[in-house]
Ligand binder design. Structure first.
Ligand code: ZN
Length: 79
């Protein structure tokens, strides 16, 4: 069963649909029911689009990854 942290960990693969079918399906099922993850995926995708770097995964540095995790955490906390 996928959890928020699984979506965060696999966000690039999720957005680019490069995960194996089973993982992708689990993440989608979770994200479909989780407002926090929906917001997270939306924000992440939008950020990548804004930067025009959707195909450049080197763009996602560990710092950005950490910031996104903090973002997700703050979203969850504010609930
Ligand atoms: Zn979630």
């Amino acid at each position: 069963m996928a959890m928020c942290k699984d979506v965060v960990e696999n966000i690039i693969g999720y957005i680019e649909a490069e995960l194996d079918d089973k993982t992708l399906e689990e993440l989608e099922r979770h994200a479909g029911e989780c407002p926090e993850c929906q917001a997270f995926v939306r924000t992440y995708r939008r950020m990548l689009e804004l930067c025009g770097k959707l195909r450049e995964r080197t763009f996602v540095t560990p710092q950005i990854r950490r910031r996104l995790k903090d973002f997700l955490k703050s979203q969850t906390r504010s609930k």
